[in-house]
Design a protein around this ligand. Structure first.
Ligand SMILES: [Zn+2]
Ligand SMILES: [Zn+2]
Length: 392
């Protein structure tokens, strides 16, 4: 979610942002507004957007209407809350060694996370990036990264087969990163309407494929990427709310099958995706921007675990945490809760240090590396701070 709230802002800055929230009833930042309608050529003409079952009255919609207006209580909590929303000291991470992601085998799956939802996936010879964000500051008034260094120099990336973008929020679609890497990328897979933004940043139109939910793109006879639903929203400016689609992805080769959640609230779509495309070797699951005020567009950690069960994931890799301050909870709260929920439900988690390469099914040992960085006393989750799940 692109919640542009930065606790390092001084109080007047905070008040201005809060006034923006009140005036608009939504959470956003000011930037160039780009209409999906501008992307009307290439292999995905405008009529594909208009024909989408998700597109109504000029905007994309979720299957059901969601409530997302911030309340006074949330604004008060934002201004005066005592949570430790950013770590007090630098968190550990490893500089990514691209050589470690390569393999002489024809069948392998190696993954590392450059922070947040920016995965580098090497899978049966294919190099795939998800939501590449390799910049410290992600929007004009947004938060900066917890880490001083970014664990990858994007100018070193070579011969990337596919970049998938889940949606256009600033923490998932980054101008600097796209401009830096696009000459090394064969194919960008994006949700309907997002192509125009890439084209504006210099990506040749013929390199971009826009997908609607349930559309598949065959990169070749061995790699297929399918857009699957998520329950979220989009927008980068004042007037482009939901003008482009949001999505999750199933990425499948002959030997491996993985799921990338993008951003999503918990919804029954996970079960449908699991039935159609599961089981998954690894599900990379959003876990860390939640609040009861926007519970329908971001999952609570317990919901991340339930969604992973719905998807029939063999391993679950929580993403979207530990990099940016995007919500009102403690920075460590996602890991504290997701590990408890996973243990209670027999779900196997992968929690590597950022930059650490995990190999499936070989080198999968990961640690609760955040534990030494917790405050001496950490609060228990507040009663009633988690929505009731529809499913057991
Ligand atoms: Zn996000
Ligand atoms: Zn988002």
């Amino acid at each position: 979610m692109n919640i542009r709230l930065n606790i390092s802002l001084r109080r007047p800055g905070k008040i201005i942002i809060v006034l923006m929230l009140i005036l608009t009833g939504s959470i956003f930042t000011i930037n160039t507004v780009l209409s999906a309608a501008q992307y009307d050529q290439g292999e995905n003409p405008l009529n594909k957007i208009q024909a989408s079952p998700q597109y109504k009255d000029g905007r994309f919609t979720n299957p059901r209407i969601l409530e997302m207006s911030p309340s006074f209580g949330m604004i008060k909590k934002y201004l005066f809350g005592k949570e430790q929303r950013s770590p007090e000291e630098a968190l550990p991470q490893q500089q990514i060694d691209l050589n470690l992601l390569e393999s002489a085998d024809s069948s392998y799956l190696k993954v590392t996370n450059a922070g947040h939802s920016s995965l580098l996936i090497h899978m049966d010879g294919y190099r795939i990036l998800t939501d590449p964000v390799y910049e410290a500051k992600i929007s004009p008034v947004g938060p900066t990264r917890f880490h001083d260094e970014i664990p990858i120099d994007p100018t070193e990336l070579r011969d990337i087969d596919v970049v998938v973008i889940s949606h256009n929020h600033y923490d998932h679609l980054n101008k600097y990163s796209i401009k830096t890497i696009h000459s090394e990328v064969t194919r960008f897979i994006v949700p309907l309407g997002v192509g125009a933004q890439l084209e504006k940043w210099g990506v040749p139109r013929e390199k971009v494929t826009e997908l609607d939910w349930w559309d598949s793109y065959d990169f070749d006879e061995k790699l297929t990427i399918t857009s699957t639903p998520s329950q979220h929203f989009s927008g980068r400016g004042l007037t482009d709310r939901n003008k482009t689609l949001w999505t999750s992805y199933v990425i499948a080769t002959l030997d491996h099958n993985i799921y990338f959640s993008g951003d999503s609230g918990y919804f029954d779509g996970f079960k449908t995706i699991g039935e159609k495309y599961g089981p998954f070797d690894i599900a990379f699951m959003e876990c860390g921007a939640y609040n009861l005020e926007w519970a329908e567009v971001h999952m609570f950690p317990e919901e991340t675990v339930q969604a992973s069960l719905d998807l029939k994931a063999h391993y679950v890799w929580p993403i979207h945490w530990g990099t940016f301050n995007l919500a009102l909870h403690d920075w460590f709260d996602p890991m504290k809760r997701v590990t408890l929920a996973a243990e209670a439900n027999g779900v196997r988690l992968l929690t590597p240090i950022f930059g650490q390469v995990v190999e499936y099914p070989g080198r999968m040992q990961t640690e609760k590396w955040w534990a030494p960085y917790l405050p001496e006393t950490t609060p228990e989750p507040l009663a009633g701070s988690t929505p009731q799940l529809d499913t057991p």
